[in-house]
Write a protein that binds this ligand. Structure first.
Ligand SMILES: CCCCCCCCCCCCCCCC(=O)SCCNC(=O)CCNC(=O)[C@H](O)C(C)(C)COP(=O)(O)OP(=O)(O)OC[C@H]1O[C@@H](n2cnc3c(N)ncnc32)[C@H](O)[C@@H]1OP(=O)(O)O
Length: 164
């Protein structure tokens, strides 16, 4: 737990506009470089929000040639997780909604944007979208994140799980 805490604290360093944001941790399904099933999402600070460019591959297929909606939701959820580096502390998804406006195609690179729309006590109301290369929006999303203490993450720590 202490090692995780130290690792996590080191990531809150203040990020200038345009800079790369770190992975949540090495095995994160959304962004971890060591997760073979993961999306390896990379995001940058973009003003007060975050931005990413992402291409789904054949591991993420729903209908042929089209990304599975759950895979898209995973990436959006993880994108929100990058906002936490700008907020200065951990929070977790309490509610996530995705509007699928058009199919998200395998092998096409989409631009994703997320920002905090409103803060209320422990809650962060966040919004996101993905845009196709021709400028069409393909998804929009809203979510509610709730700030938690680092002790929240102790619930998941087991010596048998890689990355703990
Ligand atoms: C040592 C450190 C290592 C760290 C190492 C890696 C860390 C990396 C972290 C980042 C990673 C990112 C990646 C993607 C983000 C996930 O994937 S996070 C994982 C998925 N989410 C979860 O597992 C969360 C599970 N849920 C919970 O644990 C608990 O429900 C929560 C969220 C902690 C809240 O618990 P609670 O405080 O008992 O809940 P409750 O009081 O009922 O609700 C909280 C507030 O939300 C409000 N609320 C509830 N539902 C709604 C709703 N639908 N709409 C509006 N408001 C709502 C309530 O009214 C309440 O408001 P207030 O009364 O505070 O004003």
């Amino acid at each position: 737990m202490q090692a995780l805490l130290a690792m996590w604290s080191e990531k809150f360093v203040g990020y200038p506009d345009g800079s790369d944001l770190p992975a949540h941790h090495d095995h994160c399904l959304g962004c971890g470089p060591e997760n073979p099933h993961g999306h390896r999402l990379r995001a940058v600070r973009h003003g007060d929000g975050v931005q990413a460019w992402h291409t789904f591959d054949n591991r993420h297929v729903g209908a042929p040639g089209i990304a599975h909606g759950g895979a898209v939701a995973t990436v959006v959820d993880d994108l929100y997780g990058f906002l936490l580096f700008l907020e200065g502390g951990p929070a977790v998804t309490r509610q996530l909604a995705v509007d699928y406006l058009a199919p998200v195609l395998i092998g096409t690179t989409y631009r994703l944007d997320a920002q905090v729309a409103r803060r209320e006590g422990r809650k962060l109301f966040v919004t996101a979208g993905a845009t196709a290369p021709d400028g069409r929006p393909v998804i929009t999303s809203t979510a509610v994140f709730v700030k938690v203490s680092v002790e929240h993450f102790a619930q998941g720590i087991s010596p048998d799980v890689p990355g703990d």
